[in-house]
Write a protein that binds this ligand. Structure first.
Ligand code: C5P
Length: 397
């Protein structure tokens, strides 16, 4: 996988190494990348926006509140456009801002607004690099899966010698290839369920489950980025359908079941991420139920288990299920994997509020018949990549 045809948003912060930014842009463009550049105010002291505009072929942005730039491509749009956000050089000050999630200028705002990998190439005086505060920030950022390229050791602009030089532009450009998602699902067709289902009680009421759909949508985007053809069967969510993914909206479990069964025969992988309602009202009343009585009794009937039905097909695809548990996670996940005849199960502890429903983050313990692995808390997009990497390793050749 290379950065050929990929969108790279280059953030340049205010260190002396910023003078190498135009050369870095040229190296990235030479590898086939589309590059857009964002500068911090202090970077403007070290490098000319005009030079960066000339080599990237795009206007350069430096202001969050620039009306013209926002009209052309707003900052959220820019954050979504990027396949990678590369910050080079990244000063000690910028690393500190990134650690604390500040959003007081365009570049720091973009860092918060992107779901794509963030890569930083630090550049600073060796003493500043070794400072406890910087090293603490480094540890926090690495834990958040932010990738560091360098710094290199050598002579510094200030005359000191040591760690803190920005890596050479060619080395940065070459290293970005490793950060790009590997195309391990090339040629595979992936079917994913996401979101909750809604089971009608009467014309105005339904029962449902907590589910934002974020994990399933993140998986769909990740599978697409890893080369797969993706079909997303989604219950009602507030999320935008992912680009270049066939999204089939459904409401009830019965509809989700029907759509999945209609699509699954051509698919290589089925990922059941939806929080499907286990039961539905036995009858949907034609008219709104009036609240005349102190009690209301409804009878429910069991919904089909979509995942189990797929796994029990004569020629099932590779099946990955989810187990949202509040206790005995390992035991419940393993028994679910056996009972439903799955190839893999990803379990999460929904009692942990950091990773619960509607959260941007998740942590998973993944089990398959021959192994298991813990995927530490991370952004759902990053976690999806790791999970799909595991799936690809378990696929039969
Ligand atoms: O049995 P339980 O609901 O805990 O299993 C969870 C897994 O099964 C999830 O992957 C979920 O998407 C899937 N499932 C399904 N159809 C159902 C119930 C659960 O596909 N009716």
């Amino acid at each position: 996988m290379s950065i050929n045809k990929k969108n790279i948003l280059l953030g340049v912060t205010g260190g002396i190494a910023a003078y190498k930014a135009p050369d870095l842009v040229r190296k990235l463009v030479a590898l086939g990348a589309n590059v857009r550049v964002v500068l911090t105010k202090s970077a403007l002291e070290f490098v000319s926006p005009l030079a960066l505009q000339a080599v990237s072929g795009h206007p350069v942005s430096d202001d969050l509140l620039d009306k013209d730039a926002e009209a052309a491509m707003g900052h959220i749009e820019l954050a979504k456009w990027a396949d990678i956000l590369l910050i080079a050089p990244a000063t000690a000050n910028f690393l500190a801002k990134l650690t604390h999630g500040l959003a007081d200028d365009l570049l720091s705002t973009l860092c918060l607004a992107t779901a794509s990998p963030i890569v930083v190439a630090p550049a600073m005086n060796q003493q500043m690099w070794h400072a406890l505060a910087t090293q603490h920030n480094l540890a926090v950022l690495q834990q958040r899966n932010i990738r560091f390229l360098g710094p290199a050791a050598g002579e510094q602009a200030c005359g000191d010698v040591g760690l803190g030089r920005m890596l050479e532009p060619q080395d940065i450009a070459n290293s970005l290839d490793e950060v790009m998602p590997q195309q391990v699902l090339q040629g595979k067709k992936v079917l994913i369920t996401a979101g909750p289902t809604q089971e009608a009680i009467d014309p105005v009421r339904y029962i449902s489950n907590h589910s934002s759909g974020k994990m399933g949508y993140a998986l769909a985007k990740a599978a697409k980025a890893m080369g797969a053809e993706v079909i997303l069967v989604s219950g009602p969510t507030n999320l935008k359908p992912p680009a270049n993914v066939t999204t089939l909206p459904v409401t009830s479990a019965a509809q989700m079941h029907q759509q999945v069964m209609a699509q699954v025969s051509t698919c290589d992988i089925f990922i059941a991420c939806a929080a499907v309602a286990d039961y539905r009202p036995a009858q949907i009343t034609q008219q709104k139920i009036k609240k005349n009585d102190q009690e209301l009794t409804l009878t429910f009937v069991k919904n089909p288990d979509i995942l189990s039905d797929v796994a029990h097909l004569q020629h099932p695809p590779f099946t990955l299920g989810f187990a949202a548990e509040t206790q005995n996670i390992r035991e419940y996940a393993l028994s679910k994997m056996t009972r439903k005849k799955l190839n893999m199960i990803a379990a999460n502890d929904v009692s942990d509020s950091r990773i619960g429903f509607n959260s941007e983050q998740n942590a998973l313990t993944v089990f398959w018949p021959e192994g298991e692995v813990n995927l530490a808390i991370a952004d759902k997009q990053q976690l999806s990549m790791q999970l799909l990497q595991l799936v690809s390793e378990q696929l039969k050749p």
